[in-house]
Structures are given as structure tokens and as C-alpha cells.
Design a protein around this ligand. Structure first.
Ligand SMILES: Nc1ncnc2c1ncn2[C@@H]1O[C@H](COP(=O)(O)OP(=O)(O)OP(=O)(O)O)[C@@H](O)[C@H]1O
Length: 136
């Protein structure tokens, strides 16, 4: 954060209320969405999946699997962003093999979760799309 954006009395201690904790958490989520292009992609794809779920009138358990898949991808992306920022804080613009390891593993977790989401999407939607194709 440059000196222009620095708050007058920057907080470095504990939060004093639930409301303050919530505000900081909300700011954190907004930062991930604003700064991470991949998170924006996940949001768009998640919204498309939810629309498809609505169109195909998923059952309760199908909705739970779909929501789990979407939330897991986003959770991993948030963790990936945390890992990237901690590495950048520690190494600055310099190469470090441990920073590479941490960042690559965190990115791998996103790919892993995305793979699960694709699998869930295929299991839920392919039979329903196939039904439509057959009745054409
Ligand atoms: N300080 C560093 N030391 C070593 N390797 C690094 C460092 N910074 C970045 N890298 C390498 O570059 C890759 C991309 O860096 P980074 O994760 O910061 O970019 P990104 O575009 O935000 O990634 P993502 O697409 O996962 O969001 C890392 O996975 C890692 O392999």
C-alpha cells in the first residue's frame, strides 16, 4: 500500500467488534474479486452453473454437490491468493525456490478443485442434456 492509500490510523491490532471483523473480511473478499482475474472467471462459470441448475431443476442433493464444487474452487482460489501475497511479501521481486514451491502448490489446489467441479458438472448435466438430445 503506498503512502497515499494508507489510512490515517492503520489498525495493526485485534478487531474490537464482530462488525469490524466482518468489514475486514468483506474487504478481503472484494480484494480477491477485484485483483484476481481467475476469481472473476470462477464467478462467471459458477453463475453459469447455477443458471444451468435452475434450468434443469436440480434435486436438493444435486444442488448440494453443485454448490460444494463451486465453493471449493473459490475457497482454493482465495487460499491461492493468500499464498501469493505472503510469498510476495517475503521475497519481494526476487526469485526464491520456496516461493515457487508454495505458489505452484497453491495453484495446484485450484486445479484440483476445478477438476472436481468439472466432474460434478459432467455427472449432473450430461445425462440431462443427453435426455434433451434424445427427445429431439
Ligand atoms: N518470488 C518467486 N520466486 C519463485 N517463483 C515465483 C515467484 N513469483 C512467482 N513465481 C512463479 O511464477 C508463477 C506465477 O506467479 P504468481 O502465482 O505470482 O502469478 P499469478 O499470475 O497471480 O498466478 P495464478 O495464475 O495462479 O493466479 C508461480 O506459480 C511460480 O512458479
Amino acid at each position: 500500500m503506498d503512502s497515499q492509500n494508507k489510512p490515517k490510523h492503520p489498525q495493526v491490532g485485534k478487531n474490537h467488534s464482530f462488525w469490524q471483523s466482518w468489514q475486514h473480511a468483506w474487504n478481503g473478499l472484494k480484494t480477491v474479486v477485484k485483483e484476481e482475474r481467475n476469481m472473476q472467471t470462477h464467478l462467471v462459470l459458477g453463475a453459469v452453473a447455477l443458471l444451468a441448475g435452475w434450468y434443469f431443476q436440480l434435486t436438493t442433493s444435486e444442488w448440494l454437490w453443485l454448490c460444494l464444487a463451486i465453493f471449493l474452487v473459490m475457497l482454493c482460489e482465495i487460499n491461492n491468493t493468500i499464498a501469493e501475497n505472503i510469498c510476495d511479501l517475503v521475497t519481494g521481486p526476487h526469485y526464491h525456490p520456496l516461493a515457487k514451491k508454495v505458489k505452484d502448490i497453491a495453484a495446484g489446489a485450484v486445479v484440483f478443485a476445478a477438476g472436481f467441479a468439472v466432474l460434478v458438472g459432467l455427472i449432473l448435466f450430461v445425462p440431462k442434456i443427453w435426455q434433451i438430445v434424445l427427445t429431439w
